[in-house]
Design a protein around this ligand. Structure first.
Ligand SMILES: Cc1ncc(C[n+]2csc(CCOP(=O)(O)OP(=O)(O)O)c2C)c(N)n1
Ligand SMILES: [Mg+2]
Length: 360
């Protein structure tokens, strides 16, 4: 994927990189530790099946959310995560209980990966009373303290200082929990990101900054919006190391995730993981995605799909048959159908809830 992403990015991005001469030696001269992207380890059967089920759950859930949106059952914004599943599933495989997750508005995958209930997420999307925010938050505003998921934020980049704050709290309390703070390539150009980087590095806070570079911010490609398209280098001025990771390969994500959380837990401070990924759908449900070709999307789907990669390995190693995998898919579809049925049967919040849980 890294190679494919490079090849299809515009010449401007690669030439600007070489103009700046961001080689390993020039990075070392800034005093920022130089770290290497870890080589992914092979998964055993259990890990492959786990990754397959988890990614498939997100894919099927998002497809259903897209359908319900089309039927007018989901109001407001709805940003689907289809294509990016390996990022959150691989990272989650590297965590331990108590580690926190925070992200932006493309958040349903993160919620499911942290173990939040599909019924509660779908009920929130449809604005029903059993939703995680009692039907008053919708797609972009859901939280689960039990699962250590801190949202769900609609303001681009706003989760970055908040995620850094979670890390500050961990540090202050003296626990060994790590904050996983996810944001996009577009959000990476926000000023508050760099204020956060400065404090996180200065105070050696345990935060993994995960930049989900899906190559677009709404309709703008990274090469049109970003002077430095190597997002792993975005922390250099703050002595925060970073690596680029094939975000379509769940094994590569897990290996990078394990390295990064170990880095944080051992008191070395923040670290950046640039996940090179791709969203198959438009920015949100209302985006016809005319800024890229169908061929570009098709190429990613057919050559780099994260779920298909795992499927092929399971088949090749004879750890599962086509029938076994169809049965897994059926089970996942049942969970999603159940969530959608539940959400549609669940009542809307009572009018008396209009002013509860609101800061006035
Ligand atoms: C502060 C702010 N500016 C602009 C917007 C409008 N907006 C919503 S999403 C988005 C693009 C962000 O892209 P990226 O960070 O790459 O995340 P992705 O959607 O690709 O996951 C913009 C500009 C916003 N919500 N908040
Ligand atoms: Mg993006």
């Amino acid at each position: 994927m890294a190679t494919a992403a490079r090849k299809t990015s515009t010449s401007k991005s690669s030439s600007s990189r070489s103009r700046r001469g961001a080689s390993a030696s020039s990075i070392a001269s800034t005093g920022t530790p130089v770290i290497k992207t870890p080589r992914p380890e092979e998964f055993d059967k259990e890990a492959e099946l786990h990754a397959f089920r988890e990614m498939l759950l997100i894919r099927r859930f998002e497809e259903k959310a897209g359908q319900l949106y089309g039927m007018g059952l989901i109001g407001g914004f709805c940003h689907l995560y289809i294509g990016q599943e390996a990022v959150v599933v691989g990272m989650q495989m590297a965590l331990k209980e108590g580690d926190q997750v925070i992200t932006g508005y493309r958040d349903h995958g993160h919620m499911l990966a942290t173990g939040m209930d599909a019924r509660g997420v779908m009920a929130e999307l449809t604005g029903r009373r059993s939703g995680y925010s009692k039907g008053k938050g919708g797609s972009m505003h859901m939280f689960s303290k039990e699962k250590h998921f801190y949202g769900g934020h609609g303001i681009v980049g706003a989760q970055v200082p908040l995620g850094t704050g979670l890390a500050l709290a961990n540090s202050y309390r003296g626990n060994d929990h790590v904050s996983l703070t996810y944001f996009g390539d577009g959000a990476a150009n926000q000023g508050q990101v760099y204020e956060s980087f400065n404090m996180a590095s200065l105070w050696k806070l345990p935060v993994v900054y995960i930049i989900e570079n899906n190559r677009y911010a709404m309709g703008t490609s990274v090469s049109r919006s970003s002077a430095e398209t190597n997002f792993a280098h975005r922390g250099l001025s703050f002595k925060i190391p970073g690596i680029q990771v094939d975000g379509m390969d769940v094994r590569a994500v897990k290996a990078a995730g394990e390295m990064a959380v170990d880095w944080c837990r051992s008191g070395k401070g923040p670290i950046i993981l640039e996940m090179q990924t791709y969203r198959y759908r438009g920015h949100s449900m209302s985006d016809p995605a005319k800024y890229r070709t169908k061929d570009e999307v098709q190429k990613m789907r057919s050559e780099h799909d994260p779920i298909e990669q795992v499927r092929q390995r399971l088949l090749k190693k004879k750890w599962a048959s086509e029938d076994d995998l169809k049965a897994e898919d059926k089970k996942v579809r049942e969970v999603v159908t159940d969530a959608a049925d539940f959400a549609q049967a669940d009542p809307e919040p009572d009018a008396s809830e209009l002013y509860t849980d609101i800061l006035l």
